[in-house]
Design a protein around this ligand. Sequence first.
Ligand SMILES: NC(=O)c1ccc[n+]([C@@H]2O[C@H](COP(=O)([O-])OP(=O)(O)OC[C@H]3O[C@@H](n4cnc5c(N)ncnc54)[C@H](OP(=O)(O)O)[C@@H]3O)[C@@H](O)[C@H]2O)c1
Length: 263
Amino acid sequence: MTGASGGIGVYIARALAKRGANVICIARSEAALSKVVTEIKLSGGKATSFPFDISKLEELPNLIEQITQTVGGVDILINNAAIEKYSAFQNYYLDDIRSILTTNLMAGMELTRLLLPGMIVRDSGHVVNISSGSGKKGAPYNSIYSATKAGLIMWTDALRQELAGSNVRATVVCPGYTNAGMFMAFGLSAPKMARVSEPTDVANAILHAIERNYGEVMLDGFLTKILFAYIQLVPNFGDRLYRWIGLTKLNQTCATNRMATKG
Ligand SMILES: NC(=O)c1ccc[n+]([C@@H]2O[C@H](COP(=O)([O-])OP(=O)(O)OC[C@H]3O[C@@H](n4cnc5c(N)ncnc54)[C@H](OP(=O)(O)O)[C@@H]3O)[C@@H](O)[C@H]2O)c1
C-alpha cells in the first residue's frame, strides 16, 4: 500500500496486518515507514518498508521488481498516498498541477497497470483506490486535488467493469473529514454538520469493502451518498450548501494560511 508512513495509511497498515496480510509499506519518509513496520512486527504482524517517491513514474517498474523479488506477488494494491495544496486556482503553478495529478492519480494508475497482469494471470487480486468526498463535489480552493479524486472514482468505475467476470476486483473508497492525516494537519475544525470519522473506522471500512467486494464506499453513510447524488443533479444547490456549512470559507482559509506560510 502507498502512503503508509502517516495519517490514515498507518491505520490501514495496522488493520491489514491484524488480518494476517504481509503489508508492503510505501512512502517517501524512511524513518516514519520504519516506525510503522517495527510497530506491526512487534505486535506479531508482517510488514516490509519500501521507501519510494511514487511520483517518479518511470521508476515504478523498479519498485515493483524490488517488491516481487523480496516478498513475491501482490494480492491487494491500496492506492492511498496523496497530496493536497490549497489555493485559488489562478495562483497555482504548473508544477502544482503536475505534482498533484502525478501523486494522486497517475501513480496509482501506473502501479495498477504494472500489477494487474499478474493478478489477471492468478485470477485473484484487488485494487483499492482511496478517493474522497472531494471527488464527489468540487472542493473550492482545492480544485486540483478534487479533480484527481473524481478521476479515481471514474477510473475505478471503468476498471471494475473491465474486470467483471474475473476474480480481480476494484473498489473506490471515499472518506470524508477524518480525525487523522492531511485535514488535521491544518489544525482547523471541520465545517458545521460535517461528520468527522475516526481513522480506525476508515481502515475498517476499507477492509470490509475488500472482503465484501464493494464497488464504492462512502464513509459518511447512506444519507451522505444520497445528498451527493442530489448535488450532482443540482450543482448550484451544492454550492450554496458548501457556503452555508462553511466549507468554502474553511478551504479559503486553508489557501490563505498556505500562502502565508510559503512567505
Ligand atoms: N484525512 C482526511 O481527512 C481525508 C479525507 C478524505 C480523503 N482522504 C484520503 O485518504 C488518503 C490518506 O490521506 P491522509 O489524510 O492519511 O494523508 P496524509 O496524512 O497527508 O498522508 C499521505 C501519505 O501519502 C504519502 N505520500 C505523499 N506523497 C507521496 C509520494 N510522492 N510518494 C510516496 N508516498 C507519498 C505520505 O508519506 P511521505 O510524506 O512519507 O511520502 C503519507 O504517508 C488520501 O488519499 C486522502 O486523499 C483523507
